[in-house]
Ligand binder design. Structure first.
Ligand code: PGA
Length: 263
C-alpha cells in the first residue's frame, strides 16, 4: 500500500523582508495549527534566521528557494546546503521557472543542485513545466520528460523528492491550468517516473501543482487524484488565503496520510 502526505508550500519569491516574513508566519501559525498536510514556507535566504525562530515549535516547516551544488567556495552570491541546514531548513525549491528564465538555470544545474541537496539531507522541490509556446507546439510531454530525466539523472531514491509541476504560462498570470489538464499532465510525469524509477517509487512520489493556485480555485485542483499539493506564489503572501488552501482535507480522511495507488 502506498501513502502520500499532501504538501502545501508557499513560495514567497523576492517578497517580504525578514520583519514582514515574521509577521506573516506569526499570523499563519494559529490558522494552520491543525493542518492535515505538510505546511512549508520557502522564504528569501536572508529571512531564514528570523523566520526559523518565529516558527520554532509550530507545524510550519522551513524551505529555501535555491541551493548551490558545491559545499563551499568561490561562488559569490550563492548559498550552500550546510548554511541552510544550520537554520533548520528542510525543503529547497530547485529549478523554478524564474531561475531557468532569468538566471540561466538548466536541467544540468538543476540536476547538480538536486543531487547536492539530497546528499546534504535537504528535501528538493524540483520544478518542471512547459512554456505556452511549448504547449501550443504540442511539445509539453517532450519538455517534461526531458526535465524529469535530466533533472533527476543519477538519482535512485525519490523518497525525499517532491516534484512541482508548474506550467510557465500559469505562473503569476491568473491563468490556471484546468484541473483535468493539470491532473493528466501530472499523471504523465508520474508515468515518466515509473519508467525510470519503477512503479512503487512513482506511486509514492508527491507531485504538486503550481501556477496561480489561490483560495478560490484550490479545491478543484486539490481534489484531483494525482495532485498531492500546491506550490503557491502570490496567494502564500496572505496568511488567510494560504491557510484556506492548507486547511483543505484531501480525501476527507481527517488524517495526514492518503492512500494512493495510481499506476
Ligand atoms: P503563483 O506562483 O502562485 O503566483 O502563480 C507559483 C510559483 O511560481 O511557484
Amino acid at each position: 500500500m502506498v501513502y502520500r502526505t499532501p504538501i502545501i508550500a508557499g513560495n514567497w519569491k523576492m517578497n517580504n523582508t525578514a520583519r514582514e516574513g515574521v509577521a506573516l508566519v506569526n499570523a499563519l501559525k494559529p490558522l494552520v495549527a491543525d493542518a492535515k498536510c505538510e505546511v512549508v514556507v520557502c522564504v528569501p535566504a536572508i529571512d531564514i534566521p528570523a523566520v526559523a525562530e518565529a516558527i520554532a515549535g509550530s507545524n510550519i516547516k522551513l524551505g529555501a528557494q535555491n541551493v548551490h551544488y558545491a559545499p563551499k567556495g568561490a561562488y559569490t552570491g550563492e548559498i550552500s546546503a550546510s548554511m541552510l541546514l544550520e537554520y533548520g531548513v528542510e525543503y529547497v525549491i530547485i529549478g523554478h521557472s524564474e531561475r531557468r528564465q532569468y538566471f540561466g538555470e538548466t536541467d544540468e544545474t538543476v540536476n547538480k543542485r538536486t543531487i547536492a541537496a539530497l546528499r546534504a539531507g535537504l528535501k528538493p522541490i524540483v520544478c518542471v513545466g512547459e512554456t505556452l509556446e511549448e504547449r501550443e507546439a504540442g511539445k509539453t510531454e517532450e519538455v517534461l520528460s526531458r526535465q524529469v530525466r535530466e533533472g533527476l539523472a543519477g538519482i535512485e531514491d525519490l523518497t525525499n523528492i517532491v516534484i512541482a509541476y508548474e506550467p510557465v504560462w500559469a505562473i503569476g498570470t491568473g491563468r490556471t491550468a484546468s484541473c483535468e489538464q493539470a491532473n493528466s499532465t501530472i499523471r504523465f510525469i508520474r508515468r515518466t517516473c515509473a519508467g525510470i524509477f519503477g512503479k512503487d517509487q512513482a506511486n509514492a512520489l508527491r507531485i504538486q501543482y503550481g501556477g496561480s493556485m489561490n483560495a478560490d480555485n484550490y479545491r478543484l485542483l486539490m481534489s484531483m487524484p494525482d495532485i498531492d499539493g500546491g506550490l503557491i506564489g502570490g496567494a502564500s503572501l496572505k496568511a488567510a488565503d494560504f491557510a484556506t488552501i492548507v486547511k483543505y482535507d484531501k480525501g476527507g480522511m481527517g488524517g495526514m496520510k492518503l492512500r494512493k495507488e495510481l499506476l
